[in-house]
Write a protein that binds this ligand. Structure first.
Ligand code: M6R
Length: 615
């Protein structure tokens, strides 16, 4: 869960690397480093802290001129975040320098062996072991860097995206990938290396995404050579033309990416159903489903695997698949599913949901399901990501890059895709008739406008946030379709404002959590008109009689809850199954404002990273 950037070409490498690292800070931000070859030697600077700290340190301590360089932003796995453990790492001779995203699991045994051969180590990292292993292979086998990397990687167990160069051969960069993402931007006699395309998108739209177990020797003035790490056979580069543009990865006038992404939701939801939903023709067209319709129609059950917010979207999908299409659904944390010896049948359909498409546990769950013969369908946002490639078929959410660590538009667009799938299957299975189907499509098309309306409550939400910003605990309650929204609301608050929050099905309150309620406890209740409204109103009364503070998300025009609650936030009326797309909006804004008021780093909360590529 780190970000890597590299450059070789005719431009100054340093500014490209620093800017690239800043764009990749969503992947980790506890330390950072850069190594530049200046025509004579390697200048390396690294530090605990953010890329901004690295910028200061490198300007003060090293020469940053040169056309070859690598940089790293870290989320610590082996060794605490400090200057020494930061990347890049030198080999013992000082000739090789490496950056690495991933984990080398057998590094301790390799390290012992290298120590016996006279190597010394300065850091606690697995990466320093790897660069010295490469050096040792180079020496003992008398091979070039590319071959040494290939031999060394065949001795390691784990995951990696690496970039390494040798100061004795400064016209080439060697990169390799297994389990962690690595993109190569291909320009005019220049190459960019990065964990995703954002560091090089203003220079080139042409990118190669390395497959697992592939490596490349990127050499100036030469064509890129791709090889299979296992057997050194030639692999052929597939150069993709990227659609991403620079505006999508900048803040565009907003103070934070999270706020920008919250406000992008009307557009993002529209982009998700664009070209798929044809209300005028009464059809939903989704190639990934159309091509495998029999798998879905004959499915014994659907198992959804995901983590975090994506898991919450999976819970919403469970309600809608069972409700509309009458297909049994189980929703599993990928991290539990992969290790608990689950029963998987050949006629189970697995849906893996992931914004990044790189989450290690979700990837492992997919592999397990495939080994057991199940059909695996991916719902991802990042095009070309590992999960999108590992699954048999899938549907992209088309949300556009999500950079804030807290997922917002990923959640609503995942729900939109899953709703389209459920509706399509319901229609194919004859569980809803043509007019119900048409009404649904029409309502779904009205959702972006209703999200816009929900966003208009922002000034009110800011005022409410001021009241509760110093709380130490919060409860979030919802029922039915809005129970997962309660979980998601609580997750948003904890991850960016560090306030303890719990989500519960409202009716579960009296089985324990009600004991927590007193005049200090804010309780956020989703109480929209449809979906057990009267029952939620009773739950609100139970909270009120114990003096809890009630902040309710209600349907426009509600009067009953208004009389009971301390604050109400209105959202437009819609079908019950679509309410999560609206009720989640005020909860996102609430956690955003509270985090800003508490002076928390909204886009890069402590201890977190955007894609969790370690288990
Ligand atoms: O990229 P993924 O959707 O697979 O990520 C899953 C979780 O790591 C992610 O949703 C995480 O919980 C977010 N920080 C939530 O805001």
């Amino acid at each position: 869960m780190c970000g890597i950037v590299g450059y070789i070409g005719h431009r100054d490498a340093y500014p490209i690397i620093i800017k690239g690292l800043q764009r990749l800070e969503y992947r980790g931000y506890d330390s950072a480093g850069v190594a530049i070859y200046d025509g004579k030697g390697i200048n390396l600077a690294k530090t605990k802290g953010k890329v901004e700290d690295l910028k200061k340190k490198s300007k003060e301590t090293i020469s940053v001129e040169g056309n070859l360089g690598i940089g790293h932003t870290r989320w610590a796995t082996h060794g605490v975040p400090n200057d020494v453990n930061s990347h890049p790492h030198y080999s013992n001779s000082g000739d090789l320098v490496i950056i690495h995203n991933g984990i080398i699991e057998n590094y301790e045994s390799i390290k012992k062996e290298l120590i016996k051969r006279g190597y010394t180590f300065h850091s606690d990292t697995d990466t320093e072991v790897l660069v010295n292993l490469i050096e040792e292979v180079q020496k003992t086998e008398n091979v070039k860097l590319g071959k040494a990397v290939q031999i060394a990687l065949n001795q390691v167990v784990g995951a990696y995206a690496i970039a390494v160069f040798d100061k004795k051969k400064p016209d080439e960069l060697v990169v390799a990938k297994l389990g962690s993402p690595l993109a190569i931007g291909v320009g005019e006699n220049e190459f960019f290396i990065a964990s995703d395309a954002s560091p090089f998108i203003e220079f080139t739209n042409n990118a190669i995404y390395l497959e697992d177990e592939e490596m490349a020797i990127v050499r100036l003035g030469k064509e890129i050579k791709l090889r299979k790490i296992k057997d050194d056979s030639v692999a052929y580069p597939n150069i993709l033309e990227l659609q991403m543009n620079i505006e999508e990865i900048e803040k565009g006038g907003y103070d934070h990416f999270m706020l920008k992404e919250i406000y992008e939701q009307p557009r993002a939801i529209k982009d998700t159903y664009r070209g798929r939903l044809r209300a005028d023709l009464g059809v939903i067209k989704m190639a990934g489903i159309d091509d495998h319709l029999d798998k879905f129609l004959n499915a014994n059950r659907i198992i959804i695997v995901a983590c975090g917010t994506s898991w919450h979207a999976g819970l919403v999908a469970e309600y809608i698949f069972e409700d509309l299409a009458r297909i049994p659904v189980e929703v599993e944390y990928a991290s539990e599913f992969r290790y608990r010896n689950p029963v998987i049948h050949k006629d189970d359909v697995i849906i893996a949901i992931s914004q990044s498409g790189e989450t290690a546990d979700t990837l492992a769950a997919i592999k397990l399901a495939k080994e057991n013969g199940a059909f695996v369908f991916g719902v991802c946002n990042v095009v070309g990501s590992s999960i999108s490639r590992e699954t048999h078929a899938g549907a992209y959410t088309h949300a556009g890059p999500e950079i804030g660590v807290a997922s917002t538009k990923a959640f609503t667009t995942q729900i939109t895709v899953l709703t389209l799938i459920a509706l399509k299957l319901a229609k194919e299975k004859g569980k809803i008739n043509d007019s119900e189907f048409a009404e649904y499509l029409e309502e779904l098309e009205s959702v972006p406008g209703k999200v816009e309306k929900a966003l208009e409550s922002n000034p009110l939400i800011e005022i409410i946030s001021e009241v509760y910003k110093d709380s130490t605990n919060c409860l979030y309650l919802g029922r039915g379709y809005n129970f997962p929204v309660a979980l998601e609301g609580a997750l948003k608050l904890k991850e960016i404002s560090y306030i303890h929050a719990e989500g519960y099905p409202a009716a579960e309150m009296k089985h324990g959590p009600i004991a927590l309620i007193d005049e200090q406890m804010p309780v956020f209740v989703i109480a929209t008109k449809k979906g057990h409204y009267e029952k939620v109103v009773s739950n609100i009364q139970e909270i009120k009689s114990r003096k809890g503070k009630i902040i309710a998300i209600v349907t426009e025009g509600d009067v009953q809850v208004k009389e009971l609650a301390d604050h109400v936030i209105e959202v437009p009326e819609t079908f019950e199954s679509l309410t999560p797309l609206l009720t989640t909006i005020p909860l996102q804004l609430l956690s955003y404002h509270i985090a800003v008021m508490r002076e928390c780093n909204v886009d890069q909360p402590r201890n977190l990273a955007k894609s969790v590529t370690v288990e």
